[in-house]
Ligand binder design. Structure first.
Ligand SMILES: [Fe+2]
Length: 261
């Protein structure tokens, strides 16, 4: 994702100057040099999976994560889709039928149309603001309050941060909070430039909002109000769109991150 909130894939990479590194906002680097992209992996057996896709931000490789939740009726809810490769489609078909596809904020939309083209019977939903940022997506409904996935995934719209207009979800059955770019955590596996940028942004080896994202807050009171309900969730893990999944002390780390806002 670039400073305009856009990603380029590896084929569309453009050089990044050193000063640009300090301006990177939502995106850090996974140091998973052996990463097999677009491969479905289990996060919670029988319930939640993810697939990561390699991207490029200037000279820095990053990954973006698609999260898949199986609903009680056996259908699949897909958050922030990646490219639907034949291998990924084949693997998904083994776990359920794709029913809902979510573009969860104004930045994670790059592969949304291609994914829905692969699943024409699925329902797609977009974050508010995407209809004007991406007019080609304007025909999709906004993420609804009264969602077809019912109470299985409780949505929380994050107010006061219009650069994202992100909705986050809590999957109570597994105690999983699904975020996109609201918070980041870049592990100590990151090295070199990626570690440097993560440290500059305050998201190296800690769950936090990036410093540049904090600068984009337009209404701090509204933001604090909208994240308050998250503090009382019985959160066992936190899935973010980039790099590390928080699987230990998730609720505690979430409280620390949100109380900094
Ligand atoms: Fe992102």
């Amino acid at each position: 994702m670039n400073k305009d909130g856009k990603y380029t894939d590896l084929r569309g990479a453009t050089p990044m100057h050193g000063s640009q590194a300090a301006r990177m906002d939502f995106n850090m680097v996974s140091n998973s040099t052996s990463l097999e992209t677009n491969v479905l992996e289990t996060i919670v057996p029988d319930s939640i999976w993810h697939a990561r896709q390699a991207l490029k931000f200037g000279p820095i490789s990053i990954t973006t994560r698609m999260t898949v939740v199986r609903l009680r009726d056996g259908s699949l809810w897909v958050h922030s889709p990646v490219t639907p490769t034949p291998e990924l489609i084949a693997t998904l078909s083994n776990i359920g039928n794709v029913r809902c596809v979510i573009a969860p904020n104004k930045s994670h939309h790059l592969y949304f149309p291609a994914f829905l083209a692969a699943y024409p019977s699925a329902a797609g939903f977009i974050a508010p603001g995407l209809e004007s940022k991406r007019p080609d997506l304007a025909g999709y409904p906004l993420i609804p309050d009264d969602a077809p996935w019912g109470d299985e995934l409780q949505g929380f719209f994050i107010d006061g941060l219009p650069i994202l207009n992100e909705t986050v979800w809590f999957h109570a059955a597994t105690g999983t909070l699904i975020l996109t770019d609201l918070l980041f955590c870049f592990s100590q596996n990151n090295r070199g430039l990626s570690a440097f940028v993560a440290k500059v942004l305050g998201v190296y080896n800690r769950l936090a909002m990036s410093r540049t994202m904090k600068l984009a807050i337009k209404d701090k009171h509204a933001l604090r109000r909208s994240v308050r309900p998250l503090l009382s969730l019985p959160c066992q893990r936190i899935i973010v769109a980039h790099d590390e999944i928080i699987g230990k002390q998730a609720a505690e780390k979430l409280k620390v991150a949100l109380r900094e806002l």
